[in-house]
Design a protein around this ligand. Structure first.
Ligand code: NDP
Length: 249
């Protein structure tokens, strides 16, 4: 349970990557300022987080199940937080999607919006009433540089982040009146499982009906250069966790 004076921070998508690292960084804060509720949709994946948290696990870090795509899971998770009191919500959970639009089904596109857009909307709707009542709170959203600029073959992912940015920019104005801050973090490439998962999907991708030039451009030009960009410019999850900590301090 949080000590008085500790801020309660709930983070989505902590089974890997950036979410895991933010959870550990805040839980290990030298002044113990944060009580971290690290959430993930499948608690069977908790081992990496628990190991990285070390002594902080069970003290400044606890775990709860949460699937941001499920209304019921979101409600249940927030109901499990003492008095539903969350000082800082970090919307980190997200999925990527890469490839020519003709190769991607509408169902896959909906999954991306369901997670990256509606997942954030669900969380904000659920925590907002309590934050408004207390007239304090901070909501962080993990967007992307692709929330600012379209990038070839990332059409749907980019659209989901643009949608979220639009929603958050509009929300920020009404939340300001209640002393609730809303901040967006827009990382470039980060070395996590995110890229690996997308590449696995791409490896299984089929191209029926896609013109040969587009397929060639995607496979022979875009993919190798995108891997090079990741290699050359990729930040670490630790970099993003440090940046997130600065934003909430
Ligand atoms: P990872 O794939 O390592 O982590 C994504 C996390 O989101 C996982 O914990 C995953 O859980 C979780 N997640 C996915 N769907 C759901 C869901 N329905 N409910 C709850 N959790 C879910 O990637 P990153 O750490 O890189 O990504 C974190 C965020 O950073 C994302 O929003 C991404 O868009 C953003 N970002 C990433 C960049 C990058 O280059 N890596 C660049 C810019 C932004 P599970 O293990 O269950 O799948």
């Amino acid at each position: 349970m949080a000590n008085s004076g500790q801020k309660v921070v709930l983070i989505t998508g902590c089974s890997s990557g950036i979410g895991l690292r933010i959870a550990v960084t805040l839980a290990k804060d030298e002044k113990k300022r944060y009580h971290v509720i690290a959430t993930m949709r499948d608690l069977k994946k908790k081992d990496k987080l628990v190991e990285a948290a070390g002594d902080a696990y069970g003290k400044t870090l606890m775990l709860l199940p949460l699937d941001v795509c499920s209304d019921e899971s979101v409600k249940q998770c927030i109901n499990n937080v003492k008095e539903r009191h969350i000082d800082i919500l970090i919307n980190n959970a997200g999925v990527g999607l890469l490839g020519p639009v003709e190769s991607i089904s509408i169902e896959e596109m909906k999954r991306v919006f369901e997670t990256n857009f509606f997942g954030v909307v669900r969380m904000i709707k659920e925590v907002m009433p309590d934050m408004k009542k207390r007239r304090s709170g901070h909501i962080i959203v993990m967007s992307s540089v692709m929330g600012l600029q379209g990038v070839v073959f990332n059409d749907v992912y980019t659209a989901s982040k643009f949608a979220m940015e639009g929603f958050c920019e509009s929300m920020a104005v009404q939340l300001m009146k209640f002393n609730i801050r809303l901040s967006m973090i827009e990382p470039g490439p980060v070395h996590t499982e995110f890229e690996t998962k997308m590449m696995e999907d791409v490896a299984k991708m089929e191209y029926p009906g896609v013109d040969a030039d587009t397929v060639r451009y995607f496979k022979d030009v875009y993919l190798p250069s995108s891997i090079d960009i990741f290699e050359a410019m990729g930040q670490t999850p630790e970099d993003i966790a440090k940046c997130t900590k600065k934003v909430i301090e």
